[in-house]
Structures are given as structure tokens and as C-alpha cells.
Ligand binder design. Structure first.
Ligand code: HXC
Length: 513
């Protein structure tokens, strides 16, 4: 037995060494942690249990019979984050560049199955040169097996991906199918076709970083939801994100203990500028309303005219969608509609109540928006809110104009509670534009056109640039002093805690993709 135990120990040591000390050193030189070091940072200490440590590949082509590594380039298993079960895989770049082969894929699929059966989140730490070239089609099959399971798991358990090195070719589609992506700045990149192919096909010269680095995907494509300055920061943010989420779609997020105090926030009474066209930062409203230090913004640098993220209200996890008047006047456009729609659907899938802060002048006009499909893209947000059955509360802080009023979680599309500040303007459009259209003739015939226009603008504003017409009809449940917003929201979400709403029976809806 002693001999057998020694043999086992030797195998374990071999597996722990991955591709060897030299390759580990090279990984460190690039500023990266190894696959196992990452798991140590990600998981609660001593909680990791490895599955499939002794798996190796079976391929013998191109000298692979001599190049076998225990684990086959990916460390898989389960562990805990903040005391809660998670399943993880961590690709090991020191073993054949973390390339994905048949056995490697099977290991990942095994923990994906476990994650779905046992209802716990799945976290993928990606660092791979892509399909293992020596293995051919079985690598491609392995990818497709993973994609298929990503889709099956979608909406069942939260799936989070960290990109911590290369992620190229079809390999990008597994993270893309997960709920959130975090990319490490300067050491990771994602692209479907790399700089060489781009140069051949389009004659563009571009570096890997410019084409698919964290900065490109956080600002231009929106593929990544968060970026982190290094591996440790990326893993910590994943831990933080999970704290807002339940383990699976059958559960609600854990509630943190909360002691009620003075919930008035006087600062909110002075936040709306006197001039309705002057911007202010909606994030100041968010910070004033949510529990201290609980705000985690997602997609911070992408489509900044809408702000989305997680927070807590009296210890309850909520998702926030807020127009940002400080960026493009908070207008809705293609990117912001997509960004918000995806976030709303995630929250709804995982029972996270939604708070909407609304100050929106409408949809962005122009050929660029129309030709690129603001109609179908704007409809995504409308669809996402309309189908969401989680508790939904809206606060209209200022403008709620036109179709955007309907889209931004209006009462008509199923919001549960709608509040408005006295500064709210709920109308088909701004008073100036409205006066120009409906009083066109009177203005044209007036001796002083400007005076007439201003007079008619004031007339329209008196009637509609306020929350009272909407409140009279019950479209707004209450007009509130801004300072009491936090208190009102705490009570509203508490009241809605046991909300049950079912959609009509169907196979699935057909969101306008
Ligand atoms: C097998 C691979 C590999 C791969 C890297 N390696 N990628 N082995 N299959 N796909 C090996 C290298 O041979 C090397 O082995 C070790 O990993 C480290 O790689 P280096 O090139 O030394 O590292 P680095 O300079 O950091 O460059 C990393 C890299 C580069 C940019 C990722 O390795 C690279 O371009 N690899 C190929 C990428 C690729 O074309 N993959 C296929 C994409 S198609 P030694 O023994 O020398 O240390 C694809 C389709 C998926 O993935 C489709 C799904 C539907």
C-alpha cells in the first residue's frame, strides 16, 4: 500500500506542476498567475476539490503520444465563494498553451453538468490558444459540446467568464454565451479572427490589444462587462458579482442583514438643475439611494447614456437601470437599448428585482440609428421589461418623453410601482418642440413669432411638463419629495417581496434579436 500511495503522490505532484516550472515562470513573467494560483484567489481558502486531475488526452498524432500532461491543460472542480458552492474550470496555459482538446472539453462539460444538476454557478477562467491543432475535429467537437451546455445552463445557473489570456477563434463563443465577462487589462484578448487574418482580408494593420483587448471590448464592442487591472482584481470582482446573485433560477438572492436608520437623503432635493436642459450625474442619485458601498456598475465604459449595475437596498440585492443625463442627454440609442435589455433579462432570469431611474428625452434621431435598426434594437428593451416578472419599480426624476416613456419600465408594460419627483416632465415631447408643431399656424401668423412661441411653449409646459397629468390617471402612483426616495423604495421592494406573476404558457417568446 505504501508504494501505491507513493505512486499516487507522485502523480499528484506531476499534475500540480502543469507544463513545468519553466513554463510557470514564463506565465509569471507575463504578469499572469497560473491556473491553480487563480483558483486559490477565486475560492474560499481550502475549499477547492479537484475533479479529473489524472485525465490525459488520447491522441497520438504529431508526437502527442510523448507529450502527455495529467489534467490535459485545464483544472476543473468545485469550491466555495463566500461559503456558497460554485463549479469552476481554469485553463492552464503552461500545458500546450491551454489548448482545448477532446479530454480537456470533456472535463469542462462534466462540471457544467454538475453545475446544472446541483444548481450552483459556473465560473470559467479562460486562458487558451484555442482548439488543439494536433487533435483536429475532436477539438472543434469539444467546443461545440461546451457551447451547447452553455445554452442549456443559460437562465438555470449564473455563468461568469474571466478572460485571462488569449481567447481567439470560435473559442470566444463560450464566454459570449455566458452571463458576464471580465477581461484582464493588457494580458487578455478576444477576437474571432486575429490581426494576421484581418491584414490579409481587409489590409488593416492592428495589434491584438487594439483589436480585441480589454479596452476595445469594454468601450467599443461591449463584449466585456468589466475589466480588471490584473488577475487578482478580476477574480475578486467575480467574487463580488456572485454576492448579488442567487445560486440558481429557483432561488432568490441572499439578503444581507440591515438595520433601519434615517433614510432621508436631503441632497437629492437639490440634484435636479433649475434649467431642464442642464445635465446632472445620475450616479449621484444612485449612490444616495442605495446602501453604502453596495453599487457595482456593469458595462461602465460602454453606452454610457444608460447606467446598469447591481446594488443593495436595505440589504436586498437589486439591479438598476438608469438613464444618464450627463452623457448624450440620457437618450436611448441602439447600444444603450441592447446593454440595458441584456441586463434586465439577466436580473429577471435570476429573481433580482429591478429599479429604474428615468430621465430620458427620447430615442436618438438620425440615419445612423435608423439604418442600423434602432427600431428592432429599441424593441429589445421594450420586450425585456415587458416580459420581466420580478418586482419592478420606476422613479421618474425629470424627463419621460415619447416612446422612451413607455419603454423605460412604465406602468403600462407591467411596472409595479412608479414614483415621480415634482421635477418630472411626462409628455409626448419637450414643450418647445411640441409648441412648434401644434401651434405652427398661430406662431406663423403672430406679429412677434418668438413671443408667441414662448407663450405657447409655456402653455404646453404648464399642462404636461410635470408629473400630475400622469398621476391623475394612476400612471404614476405617487409624486414624492426626492429626499424620501430611498425610504419609499425600501418599502416598495419589501411590499413586492412575494410577488408572483406568470407569463402566458408558451415554448419561448421571440425577442426581436
Ligand atoms: C496546440 C498550442 C496551441 C494550439 C498554443 N500552443 N496554441 N498547441 N494547439 N492551439 C502551444 C505552443 O505550441 C507552445 O508550445 C505553447 O502552447 C505556448 O505557445 P506560444 O506560442 O509559445 O505562446 P505565446 O507566444 O504566448 O503565443 C500564444 C498564442 C499562440 C498567441 C495563443 O500560441 C498562437 O497563436 N497559438 C495558435 C492559436 C490558434 O490559431 N489556435 C487555433 C484557433 S482556431 P511549446 O511546446 O512550444 O511551449 C480555434 C477554433 C475553435 O480555436 C473553433 C471552435 C468552434
Amino acid at each position: 500500500m505504501q508504494e501505491k500511495l507513493a505512486n499516487l503522490e507522485q502523480k499528484k505532484q506531476e499534475a500540480l506542476l502543469g507544463g513545468g516550472a519553466k513554463r510557470i515562470e514564463s506565465q509569471h513573467k507575463k504578469g499572469k498567475l497560473t491556473a491553480r494560483e487563480r483558483l486559490e484567489v477565486l475560492l474560499d481558502s481550502n475549499s477547492f476539490e479537484e475533479i479529473g486531475m489524472l485525465v490525459t488526452h488520447r491522441s497520438t498524432n504529431f508526437g502527442l503520444e510523448n507529450e502527455k500532461y495529467l489534467g490535459d491543460g485545464v483544472v476543473t472542480g468545485y469550491g466555495k465563494i463566500n461559503g456558497r458552492l460554485v463549479y469552476v474550470f481554469s485553463q492552464d496555459f503552461t500545458v500546450m498553451g491551454g489548448s482545448l482538446a477532446e479530454a480537456h472539453a470533456q472535463k469542462i462539460c462534466k462540471i457544467m453538468d454538475l453545475s446544472m444538476k446541483n444548481g450552483a454557478p459556473l465560473i470559467g477562467l479562460n486562458d487558451s490558444g484555442g482548439a488543439r491543432i494536433q487533435e483536429g475535429v475532436v477539438s472543434l467537437g469539444g467546443y461545440a459540446d461546451i457551447f451547447y451546455k452553455n445554452v442549456q445552463a443559460s437562465g438555470v445557473v449564473p455563468q461568469l467568464s474571466a478572460i485571462m489570456g488569449p481567447c481567439a477563434g470560435g473559442a470566444v463563443y463560450s464566454p459570449a454565451l455566458t452571463d458576464f465577462i471580465v477581461m484582464v487589462e493588457n494580458t487578455s484578448y478576444m477576437f474571432v479572427t486575429g490581426p494576421n487574418v484581418v491584414k490579409t482580408v481587409t489590409h488593416e494593420e492592428v495589434s491584438s490589444e487594439d483589436l480585441g483587448g480589454a479596452s476595445a471590448h469594454s468601450t467599443k464592442s461591449g463584449v466585456t462587462h468589466l475589466t480588471a487591472e490584473n488577475d487578482v482584481a478580476a477574480l475578486k470582482v467575480i467574487r463580488q458579482m456572485l454576492s448579488y446573485m442567487p445560486q440558481n433560477c429557483e432561488e432568490t438572492p441572499a439578503r444581507l442583514p440591515y438595520e433601519a436608520g434615517n433614510e432621508r437623503r436631503e441632497g437629492l432635493n437639490g440634484i435636479i438643475p433649475a434649467n431642464p436642459n442642464q445635465p446632472y450625474d445620475i450616479k449621484e442619485v444612485i449612490s444616495a439611494v442605495v446602501d453604502e458601498e453596495s453599487w457595482l456598475e456593469v458595462h461602465k465604459d460602454y453606452a454610457e447614456n444608460i447606467v446598469v449595475g447591481f446594488a443593495r437596498l436595505a440589504g436586498r440585492s437589486i439591479g438598476i437601470v438608469a438613464n444618464q443625463p450627463a452623457f448624450l442627454a440620457g437618450v436611448l440609442d441602439i447600444k444603450s437599448s441592447n446593454k440595458a435589455a441584456r441586463f434586465v433579462r439577466f436580473c429577471d432570469a435570476f429573481n433580482i428585482p429591478l429599479l429604474v431611474l428615468e430621465d430620458v428625452p427620447g430615442f436618438l434621431p438620425g440615419t445612423d440609428q435608423e439604418w442600423n435598426g434602432i427600431i428592432s434594437n429599441g424593441a429589445k428593451l421594450l420586450y425585456a421589461f415587458s416580459e420581466a416578472t420580478v418586482p419592478r419599480v420606476t422613479v421618474i426624476t425629470r424627463k419621460a418623453y415619447g416612446g422612451a416613456y413607455d419603454v423605460m419600465n412604465s406602468k403600462h408594460i407591467g411596472a409595479d410601482m412608479n414614483f415621480a419627483w415634482p421635477s418630472a416632465e411626462i409628455a409626448v415631447m419637450g414643450a418647445k418642440g411640441a409648441a412648434e408643431i401644434i401651434f405652427k399656424k398661430e406662431i406663423a401668423e403672430a406679429a412677434d413669432k418668438d413671443v408667441k412661441w414662448k407663450e405657447k411653449e409655456a402653455e404646453y409646459a404648464t399642462l404636461f411638463a410635470n408629473p400630475y397629468s400622469a398621476a391623475e390617471r394612476g400612471y404614476v402612483d405617487e409624486v414624492i419629495e426626492p429626499a424620501v426616495t430611498r425610504e419609499k423604495l425600501i418599502r416598495a421592494f419589501e411590499m413586492l417581496e412575494n410577488k408572483v406573476e406568470k407569463m402566458p404558457r408558451k415554448k419561448h417568446g421571440n425577442i426581436p434579436l
